[in-house]
Design a protein around this ligand. Structure first.
Ligand code: ADP
Ligand code: MG
Length: 340
């Protein structure tokens, strides 16, 4: 075959193979965009596990009319301009790929209005060239993205979808992860017209523990040990399962600069901290590590679940110390005063 440049839609569909695995990945990308846009409230409506409809409505800053088409095209991002930005990334997005990918494998419409605009506009991409149409619409300040018939034009992907219940379960699980770290944002989640979750914004610790209880169940939240430790410009905060709780809690959330990551480092530190204290094999935790973004590389994986620490030994030992200190305080105080 002769060498040809791929048409935009096909190129985007290939990229979608990496980032858009199932409805939950769409929800993740869109909600992260809403958070990056400064939204304080995000409403998520799902129909049929997300295969029929995913609608995300936010009250963030919106997108100006002239940039709607750009937002839908590949490698278009407002978040990174230089390699230096990439090395110090704090926003969720940076690849400029999500909207283009999702719109190449669904019927996507994006409606938005900024504070300066008197009206809203809806944009959608059409055909293999993905030419963007922009038409007037009604919408308050913020953005709504509707993704209808996900994978309608990529039957192989569509066949891989599990039952509505399973797909919705993945969405619900992902929302828990973000709800724990962005407790300042009000999230709602509905399935087939019924509200399933309502995470009200938490501005103090009691409200945070409320939200934690919604996610982890009461036993973990009611007994959790507070972790709070600083060293140089690093800090670790969050909650650790009380050794007094004999059931392992299925709560394993580790965030680095607000991003949920999978890393053996933290599991190892938690197990080591518990080694002499309890029989628990996998104690529960919700831990947030904040550090200079230059100390960590997030650009490892397209779905961004993995990070690479430049000084992993040092960070491991810092986490271990923070956990040991939380555990040693638990021994000098009755457990139930810890969660107040
Ligand atoms: P990325 O998030 O990597 O920049 P995306 O394809 O997810 O790439 O989004 C492209 C651009 O569209 C973003 O950089 C942002 O400027 C804009 N955008 C997307 N979603 C929203 C939203 N909900 N509110 C405001 N702007 C948005
Ligand atoms: Mg994005």
């Amino acid at each position: 075959m002769a060498i040809k440049i791929l048409p935009p839609q096909l190129a985007n569909q290939i990229a979608a193979g990496e980032v858009v695995e199932r409805p939950a990945s769409v929800v993740k990308e869109l909600v992260e965009n809403s958070i990056d846009a400064g939204a304080r409230r995000i409403d998520i409506d799902i129909e049929k596990g997300g295969a029929k409809l995913i609608r995300i409505r936010d009250n963030g800053g919106g997108i100006v009319k002239d940039e709607l088409a750009l937002a839908l095209s590949r490698h278009a991002t407002s978040k990174v301009e230089t390699l230096d930005d990439l090395e110090a990334i704090l926003s969720f997005g940076f690849r400029g790929e999500a909207l283009a990918s999702i719109s190449s494998v669904s019927r996507l419409t994006m409606t938005s209005r900024t504070a300066e605009q008197s009206g809203a506009w809806t944009a959608y991409a059409e055909g293999s060239e993905m030419a963007v149409k922009v038409i007037p619409a009604a919408h308050p300040e913020g953005t709504t993205i509707e993704v209808v018939d996900l994978f309608f034009n990529t039957p192989a992907r569509r066949r891989f979808l599990k039952s509505d219940k399973t797909e919705f379960g993945h969405i619900d699980e992902w929302l828990k992860r973000i709800a724990l770290v962005r407790s300042d944002v009000h999230f709602t989640l509905s399935h087939n017209g019924k509200t399933v979750r309502n995470y009200r914004p938490a501005t103090n610790e009691a409200q945070y523990l409320q939200r934690l209880g919604q996610v982890s169940g009461r036993p973990f939240a009611d007994n959790a040990l507070r972790v709070d430790c600083q060293h140089d410009d690093m800090s670790l905060s969050g909650y650790l399962q009380s050794p007094a709780l004999v059931q392992p809690a299925d709560v394993h959330y580790f965030y680095v600069n607000g991003r949920l990551v999978r890393d053996r480092l933290v599991n190892h530190a938690v197990r080591q901290a518990f080694a002499q204290m309890s029989e628990l094999d996998q104690p529960g935790y919700v831990l947030m590590l904040e550090l200079d973004p230059h100390q960590v590389d997030v650009n490892v994986h397209p779905a961004k679940h993995e990070v690479r620490f430049h000084q992993s030994r040092y960070i491991h030992d810092f986490i271990l110390q923070a956990l040991q200190s939380a555990l040693s305080q638990a021994h000098t105080l009755p457990v139930n005063t810890q969660s107040q």
